[in-house]
Design a protein around this ligand. Structure first.
Ligand code: NAD
Length: 485
């Protein structure tokens, strides 16, 4: 399969025009499957960000702002159809850029199309309320766009994250400035091209690639940005929240997790097993909602470890274009971080229950890490507390429901949890007591669940994306009270 990109990757997209970044500089993209140079992207700076914010404001004051909700919905539907037509090509770009296996890239493209379809369909169905109020008044509420919204996106799921945040923001009539990650930019660039072809008015979507501390920081501090949505690390999430606080604007932060799956001794193990493993190794473990902790009731512990180990040993690791189970990590830096955790596992005397083999013919420059299943850790150990963001899962035993809950809730994070049990009462009790934003009973992830509100508590962040709920986040409630008598 060719590595040709097929379009100019070095430009910013502002006010419907593609041009070189103001500073004239570029950043290199590397193919993580072999470490070879892939392309160059624009190094957008504060000047580009400012131009993009002004273009977005002009769009709100112009044709984009004049669109009806139904017109916005139809545009998103058209965009969705075009994304779907190009799903295979988008998957190929994501494989080259992120090292994502083709099947997963294709699933991401389909999810992007589905977000656009969902939010396109919802655009003209967000309504206010009439409010029973004092005699002589009529009072009602309505939802309006924030204005210019900033979307700072990471490298792990660019298409899905663009879909859920830009899709919902556009549906509500905001104008967006998108800052993709410097490690992975190609599908964001392709998306902006598709949006332009689909007829999105100039300035409704603007794209400024660049460094986080440069373009990202300028965007989050810009005084005319009225909402920021960010997905990424806890550290940068804190910086963004501080910048937003200085301008008193709302933020949605999705900061990852250390999500558990709880396996009780009455669980349907055959049903659970694929989810236990896949939720750890999907996208080489670089998933915010990765199930990086598997908690197993003591009676089943050995059986679960043995059956997970069998699956680990059968995993195929290969370059992304070969569509393996597990591709490379995004970068040398991420590979070194994960290798550091594996060194910690060895130095702490923990057991490696299984590792997928790394084939000898993997490209030498690729950022591969052998998927690794770890046992012997205590719940408070670093390996069981910190987000590794690699294909590493920790399996730990628990005694009873209270013990499981204490371990599950015992990290700084709270994004997602899975519960495997045939006891319906227990499932409902745990659904209430788990500290996180989503609980899955006898499944994990619900196949992506575009309709299901998503977000965290504690260090996993706050605010909700996905589902109808996101439309409330990307809008402002205005109340009107009319005195007529
Ligand atoms: P990051 O938080 O540095 O980057 C995410 C996005 O924020 C990128 O677009 C980046 O350019 C931008 N950014 C960086 N610094 C910024 C700043 N000062 N102001 C504004 N924007 C800024 O994440 P990373 O360094 O790529 O990854 C580090 C760790 O973060 C990973 O190991 C993982 O644990 C976590 N992470 C989580 C998610 C998630 O889905 N929640 C995604 C990516 C990374």
């Amino acid at each position: 399969m060719s590595k040709a990109i097929g379009f100019d990757t070095t430009q910013v997209f502002i006010a419907g025009r593609w041009r070189a970044p103001a500073g004239g500089q570029q950043l290199p993209l590397v193919d993580p499957s072999d470490g070879q140079p892939l392309a160059h992207i624009a190094r957008g700076t504060a000047a580009d960000v400012d131009a993009a914010v002004q273009a977005a404001q002009a769009a709100l004051d112009g044709p984009w702002g004049a669109c009806t909700a139904a017109e916005r919905g139809r545009l998103l539907m058209t965009l969705s159809a075009r994304v779907l037509e190009q799903a295979d090509e988008l998957a190929r770009l994501e494989a080259l850029d992120v090292g994502k296996p083709l099947k997963q890239g294709c699933a991401d493209a389909v999810a992007l199309a589905r977000y656009l379809e969902f939010y396109g369909g919802a655009a003209d169905k967000v309504m206010g309320q009439t409010i029973p109020f004092a005699n002589g008044y009529t009072a009602f509420s309505m939802r309006e766009p924030h204005g210019v919204t900033a979307h700072i996106v990471p490298w792990n799921y660019p298409m899905q994250i663009i879909g859920r945040s830009v899709g919902a923001a556009l549906a509500m009539g905001n104008a967006c400035v998108l800052k993709p990650a410097e490690e992975a930019c190609l599908t964001a660039l392709a998306f902006a091209r598709i949006a332009q072809e689909a007829g999105l008015p100039d300035g409704a979507l603007n794209l400024v690639p660049g460094l986080g501390e440069e373009a990202g920081a300028a965007l989050s501090a810009h005084p005319d940005v009225r909402h920021i949505s960010f997905t990424g690390s806890v550290l940068v999430g804190g910086l963004i929240q501080a910048a937003a606080a200085r301008n008193a604007v709302p933020v949605t932060l999705e900061l990852g997790g250390k999500s558990p799956q709880l396996v009780f001794d009455d669980a349907d193990l055959d049903a659970a097993l694929p989810f236990l493993v896949n939720a750890g190794i999907q996208n080489a473990g670089q998933t915010c909602s990765a199930a990086s902790r598997i908690l197993v009731q003591r009676g089943l512990f050995d059986a679960v470890v043995a059956r997970m180990a069998e699956r680990y040993r059968a995993l195929r690791v290969a370059p992304a274009l070969a569509d393996p189970d597990v591709g490379p990590l995004i970068s040398r830096r991420q590979q070194e971080i994960v290798q550091g955790y594996l060194a910690l596992v060895r130095d702490s005397g923990l057991a490696i229950a299984a590792q997928a083999p790394l084939p000898p013919d993997l490209p030498a420059g690729g950022c591969y890490v052998a998927p690794t299943l770890v046992t012997g850790a205590r719940p408070g150990d670093r390996i069981a507390q910190e987000e590794i963001f690699g294909p590493v899962q920790v399996v730990m035993p628990f005694d009873d429901e209270a013990d499981a809950l204490r371990i599950a809730n015992g990290t700084a994070f709270g994004l997602v949890a899975g519960v495997w049990t045939r006891d319906g009462s227990r499932a409902l009790r745990l659904a209430r007591k788990l500290h996180c934003g989503q609980v899955f009973i006898n499944n994990y992830g619900a196949g992506g669940g575009i309709e299901l509100p998503f977000g965290g508590v504690k260090h996993s962040g706050h605010g909700r994306e996905k589902g109808f709920e996101a439309l409330y986040g990307f809008s402002v409630l205005k109340t009107v009270a009319i005195k007529h008598d």
